[in-house]
Design a protein around this ligand. Structure first.
Ligand code: F6P
Length: 319
């Protein structure tokens, strides 16, 4: 292999830059040229790329987001779009591709692999909903962002005897909500995977109010409802005055944590080593602290099962 491509696709997250940097430097170290496609699959379709040298990835390790930028490309979802992508890779002389992104991006990577492109995927999504990796890139930084915000909110909540419903990201996954609830000592987490018992929630908060506690924190995953609706449903039953905070995209940015810098570096390095060793159609994942490649076709049809246990634990510890 003489030339490879790298792209970041879907929602950005902290740690993507570490993966780009590690993949680029590992490839260059092997004498392999690297093209960085801008804005994910859209850049591949437009032929918008940067031929990357060591200096191009300097000074990005500690930055959130992705310096190659990211996008969700509608054209790439079509058969014609994918055929164009394969043609472009051939034209540019790219013999292997590294795709850094979440489930949609990894599905796209699998489609390219099935069309004959040697591809390695790197799991990156703050939702932590990608199977065959204990952690995806960006999760740890997002959790750190969330707990910083929740700790701040708790201070003001305690000063006013208030309950806060704090909405965090997670379209289909309650991982961030449950883990943040455990890490901040929140009273309740509401997640998409488990139906919320509103009567039980109100009873617990009422009990807390009657005990004379000064605050209550409920962490809601966005996929389980809107924070304002939950607040409206509970406000007359719990004693506490109720407020709402939606953390939104704040969660996805910021300097990557040590964990995400190391994970991104390990993933980026392993992705290139695997590609050069002839592995293809795989995703590198973190399994029991080892980097383990798994077939993309297994990854995309599997489900990550972790939520029931975590959710139950968050509720027990929140009482
Ligand atoms: O998939 C990652 C994620 O951050 C989800 O948690 C969230 O629902 C979504 O992306 C937001 O996407 P966008 O940035 O396109 O609004």
């Amino acid at each position: 292999m003489k030339k490879i491509g790298i792209l970041t696709s879907g929602g950005d997250c902290s740690g993507m830059n570490a993966a780009i940097r590690a993949a680029t430097r590992t490839a260059l170290g092997h004498g392999v040229q690297v093209l960085g496609f801008r804005k994910g699959y859209a850049g591949l379709l437009k032929g918008d790329f940067l031929e990357m040298q060591t200096k191009d990835v300097a000074g990005i390790l500690h930055r959130g987001g992705t310096f190659l930028q990211s996008a969700r490309s509608e054209e790439f979802r079509t058969v014609l779009g994918r055929e164009k992508a394969v043609r472009h890779l051939e034209e540019f002389g790219v013999e292997g591709l590294i795709v850094i992104g979440g489930d949609g991006s990894l599905n796209g990577a699998l489609a390219l692999h099935r069309m004959g492109v040697p591809v390695i995927g790197i799991p990156a999504s703050i939702d932590n909903d990608i199977p065959f990796t204990d952690m995806a890139l960006g999760v740890d930084t997002a959790l750190n962002n969330i707990i910083y915000a929740v700790d701040c909110i708790k201070d003001t909540a305690s000063s006013h005897d208030r309950a806060f419903v704090i909405e965090v990201m997670g379209r289909n996954s309650g991982y961030l909500a449950s883990m943040a609830a455990i890490a901040t000592g929140a009273e309740y987490a509401i997640v998409p995977e488990v139906e919320c018992d509103v009567a039980d929630l109100c009873n617990q908060l009422r009990h807390r109010w009657e005990e004379g506690r000064s605050n209550a924190i409920i962490i809601l995953a966005e996929g389980a409802g809107r924070a304002q609706n939950i607040a409206d449903n509970i406000k007359d039953a719990i004693g506490f005055e109720t407020r709402v905070t939606v953390l939104g995209h704040y969660q996805r940015g910021g300097a990557p944590s040590v964990f995400d810098r190391l994970l991104g570096s390990r993933f980026g390095h392993a992705a290139v080593e695997n590609l050069l060793a002839g592995q293809m159609g795989k995703m590198v994942g973190l399994c029991c602290n080892a980097i383990v490649p798994t077939l993309l076709e297994t990854v995309v049809v599997s489900e990550k099962r972790q939520q029931d246990e975590l959710h139950e634990m968050s509720l027990i510890l929140g009482i």
